[in-house]
Design a protein around this ligand. Structure first.
Ligand SMILES: Cc1ncc(COP(=O)(O)O)c(C=O)c1O
Length: 353
């Protein structure tokens, strides 16, 4: 039997990072208590820190970003109401219909280039009070940065405009900020400026920040009280979970500013691949750590290119029939980036066999 191909670069996702030795040490030393009783001091510290960073009153530690998003949506909308967002949003595309399955929430969407927030379309799609004839829109979701859009940063001015216009008609805003840290580092925008553009904000500690698990939902104190009930109802009440919150606190302290390194490597890869295969990517649009290649421009299908690169040890993810995604993170350095670019550039230049 042939030996498996050694992995040159695992760029499938920024969730693949492993905790560093310093993070593991912080976890070992964490002070813990039963968090369902509200008695875990490390969780309390993490929640207070994230609430402060995002400029919200309170926050709640969650096992996953999906749960943080779905509890967030549940705070805005109930059965028979709707949530609207772009068609590539994680809450629609990758949370397995959770809003419908758990909360009876329906959704509508629009196509948005690179997942970029389109305020006018969002406002025109919304039905703030549908009365007895139309489904009422309870919430608009903004994803920043946008995962399947290619790490797209949402312009703060647009987020503010959406926030003001929706507030006037009583529609809420949920910010899926799984990678809000990346937007903050890429633009220098304070996290609290983004936080001010939404009623509920979810952030992930287990993506580029390198924690093994954990997300946080931030909102006002009353909503977070309700979120505590929904988290428990969904089976997300955790006990001596300070051991995980400690990893999150360590990540916030040590792994946010370094995201700039991931962004620089991603941009460098984009520039090299745009040269090797013009039309597959516009490097100027690569703002953070996610590179979505239009491999169709080089004659490939997304799954075809991902499979061929995988055989050469460079792992990615096909995001569509003609698109492939490569994500930079804590465990990818410069030599690994160069090796991955060599493989991808060679395949894109050559085209499918
Ligand atoms: C934008 C976005 N939101 C939410 C999530 C969900 O996070 P989790 O995998 O922790 O449920 C992800 C996961 O990759 C994501 O990319």
């Amino acid at each position: 039997m042939a030996a498996p191909t050694p992995v040159v670069a695992d760029l499938r996702s920024d969730t693949l990072t492993r905790p560093t030795p310093a993070m593991r040490a912080a976890m070992v030393d964490a002070e813990v208590g039963d968090d369902v009783y509200g008695e875990d001091p490390t969780v309390a510290r993490l929640e207070a820190r994230v609430a402060e960073l995002l400029g919200h009153e309170a926050a709640l530690f969650m096992p996953t970003g999906s749960m943080a998003n779905q509890v967030g949506l549940r705070l805005h909308a109930g059965p028979g109401q709707e949530v609207v967002t772009d068609s590539l949003a994680h809450v629609l595309r990758a949370e397995l219909g959770a809003a419908a399955a758990f909360s009876g929430i329906t959704t509508r969407s629009w196509v948005a280039d690179r997942g970029l927030l389109d305020v006018d379309t969002a406002l025109s799609v919304m039905v703030p009070d549908g009365g007895a004839y139309q489904v009422s829109t309870a919430c608009v979701v903004v994803e920043n940065t946008h995962n399947f859009g290619g790490g797209t940063v949402q312009p703060l001015a647009d987020m503010r405009r959406l926030r003001e216009a929706t507030a006037e008609v009583g529609v809420g805003v949920h910010l899926d900020g799984a990678r809000l840290w990346n937007a903050h580092v890429a633009t220098g925008t304070p996290l609290s400026d983004y936080g001010a553009c939404a009623d509920t904000v979810s952030v992930c500690l287990s993506k580029g920040l390198g924690a093994p698990v954990g997300s946080v939902l931030a909102a006002d104190a009353e909503r977070i009280q309700q979120a505590r009930v929904w988290r428990k109802r969904l089976g997300g009440g955790m006990r001596q979970v300070g051991i995980l919150a400690a990893a999150g606190l360590h990540a916030l302290e040590h792994h946010v500013e370094r995201l700039a390194e991931d962004h620089a490597r991603t941009r460098r890869a984009a520039e090299a691949l745009a040269q090797a295969a013009p039309g597959t990517v516009q490097p100027g649009t690569v703002e953070t750590n996610i590179l979505v290649l239009d491999v169709g421009a080089a004659g490939w299908t997304g799954p075809g290119l991902v499979a061929a690169a995988g055989e050469a040890g460079v792992l990615g993810y096909p995001t569509g029939p003609r698109h492939a995604r490569y994500v930079w993170h804590l465990d990818v350095d410069d030599p690994t980036t160069d090796a991955a670019v060599d493989v991808l550039a060679g395949l894109l230049r050559r085209g499918p066999a």
